[in-house]
Write a protein that binds this ligand. Structure first.
Ligand SMILES: NC(=O)c1ccc[n+]([C@@H]2O[C@H](COP(=O)([O-])OP(=O)(O)OC[C@H]3O[C@@H](n4cnc5c(N)ncnc54)[C@H](O)[C@@H]3O)[C@@H](O)[C@H]2O)c1
Length: 437
């Protein structure tokens, strides 16, 4: 990746296109609308609340990230998206029951103006939903063209200069990459013949990349993480990122596990279970969609703890993840973790975590940050997989043959050093020997 010599300014309006206007998307949109009117704080968003240290500790240069980076401002964002149900963002937010009326009513008109474009939906990829607001097309290639046309029409009617897309749609069934995913040519042929390996989300991603729209994937689906999509993104000079927003339980895991490893504490078992009752939970109640989520959630510990390097400490780790759909809880998830760890001479200990979290409240700032940072990457001319955005994802996308970095603290260092690098500032190594010369 080449260091940018200059970054195009964030002039004009940025369209933030969200396929899947459900709980996460509407919570993001409402939050941004409230924050820009000064009616609520965008807590959890690094781009809005975070600072970045530049230079030596003695220099006392610590600007706000949003003042350091040439990011699009909240006032410049125009939200849109697609869904397989026709509810506008106000109706969808009411249905999702994440935000209270005190937050929805002041922006009711603005939210109601965000109406989803008809979605691309083959039900075999999300078995628990029966969409009614869907496109028809001669084949999957035709549907790619229809999404491309939607993007052009949206930019034109809303007077936007450019767009960025973040998949906030439902989790699809587990799909292994197959021959159709290996090259642009194979994928294009697969679109024509309606290859079963090409799911709904892949159709959106393909269309966005071809339109030059940076694309991030918030779900664990394959979507944009296969060789053909990487190749297409490089060809078109488009930034891509994913996958699966790192929110509740996995966020806690990637905070705690690096600590155990740093102190050389052994872990024998990690049992994680969740109850949640939103539409996401309903979709994940289908074993095929759960498999996609399970694969995404299981990866983190192995990569952080490195059992091959530390067989005595982590070689026998038993890691289990369960998700249970439990309607009374709605979006307020409860995630329990039981961690069996051991210390000096092998003596056993236990930690119990009971995280009563709010899924979409944790996911919304990620959507905002990822949209703004992907747009920045695009304007800086750094295309292809944006591994520095791993900080935001459960299952980070990397170059082939490179293992993903899951440790939240390494991810945070990488993220901030990339911000410095983009702006021509020195990386910070934390070595600091010069303070003692
Ligand atoms: N909330 C979190 O903490 C979190 C964390 C990680 C990942 N995710 C993922 O984010 C996604 C969104 O979560 P949510 O809680 O908002 O779910 P949700 O069910 O409330 O919203 C998903 C929306 O996607 C729509 N949809 C499904 N297929 C579509 C298609 N082909 N085209 C257009 N729209 C489509 C659904 O109709 C629904 O409105 C899920 O895949 C979820 O697994 C969420």
């Amino acid at each position: 990746m080449k260091q940018p010599s200059k970054i195009a300014p964030p002039s004009g309006k940025l369209a933030v296109l969200l396929p899947g206007l459900g709980a996460v998307a509407t919570t993001t949109i409402a939050g941004a609308m409230l924050a820009r009117r000064g009616l609520a704080e965008p807590i959890g968003s690094l781009t809005q609340c975070g600072t970045i240290r530049l230079g030596k500790r003695t220099e006392e240069r610590t600007p706000l990230i949003r003042e350091f980076l040439p990011l699009a401002g909240m006032d410049q964002l125009t939200f849109g998206g697609w869904d397989i149900f026709p509810d506008n963002a106000y109706e969808a937010a009411k249905h999702a029951k994440v935000l209270e009326d005190r937050h929805l009513e002041p922006i009711r008109d603005e939210l109601s103006d965000v109406s989803p474009m008809a979605g691309v939906f083959f039900p075999e990829y999300v078995k628990r939903l029966n969409g009614t607001h869907v496109k028809t097309g001669t084949d999957k290639a035709d549907l790619v063209e229809q999404i491309r046309q939607d993007i052009r029409d949206f930019l034109k009617t809303k007077g936007c200069d450019r767009a960025v897309a973040v998949w906030c749609g439902s989790t699809e069934i587990y799909i292994e990459p197959s021959d159709v995913h290996q090259s642009v040519a194979a994928f294009e042929k697969g679109l024509k013949r309606g290859d079963a390996g090409i799911s709904n989300s892949q159709i959106y991603a393909w269309a966005c990349i071809k339109e030059g729209v940076p694309f991030a994937n918030g779900a664990p689906n394959l979507t944009v993480d296969f060789p053909a999509a990487h190749e297409l993104a490089r060809e078109h000079g488009v930034a891509i990122a994913g996958k699966d927003f790192k929110t509740g339980q996995t966020l806690m895991k990637t905070i705690m596990a690096p600590g155990f490893k740093a102190r050389m504490l052994g872990v024998r078992g990690w049992f994680s279970t969740n109850i949640l009752g939103n539409r996401d939970g309903e979709v994940l109640d289908d074993p095929d969609s759960f498999k996609t989520k399970e694969m995404s959630k299981l990866g983190a510990l192995d990569y952080i703890l490195q059992p091959k390097l530390y067989p005595t400490l982590y070689g026998d780790l038993y890691h289990k993840v369960r998700i249970n759909y439990y309607p009374p809880r709605g979006d307020s998830k409860e995630g329990w973790d039981n961690i069996d760890l051991f210390g000096w001479l092998g003596y056993e200990m236990q930690i119990k975590v009971d995280f009563l979290c709010r899924d979409s409240i944790l996911a919304a700032p990620i959507v905002l940050d990822v949209a703004l940072l992907l747009d920045l990457a695009q304007r800086a001319g750094v295309s292809g997989i944006q591994e520095w955005l791993s900080f935001y994802f459960k299952s980070p996308m990397t170059a082939p043959d490179l293992y993903p970095e899951h440790d939240l603290f390494i991810q945070s260092t990488k993220l901030k050093n990339t911000m410095r690098w983009l702006m021509g500032e020195q990386s910070i190594t934390h070595l600091g020997h010069e303070y003692y010369d």
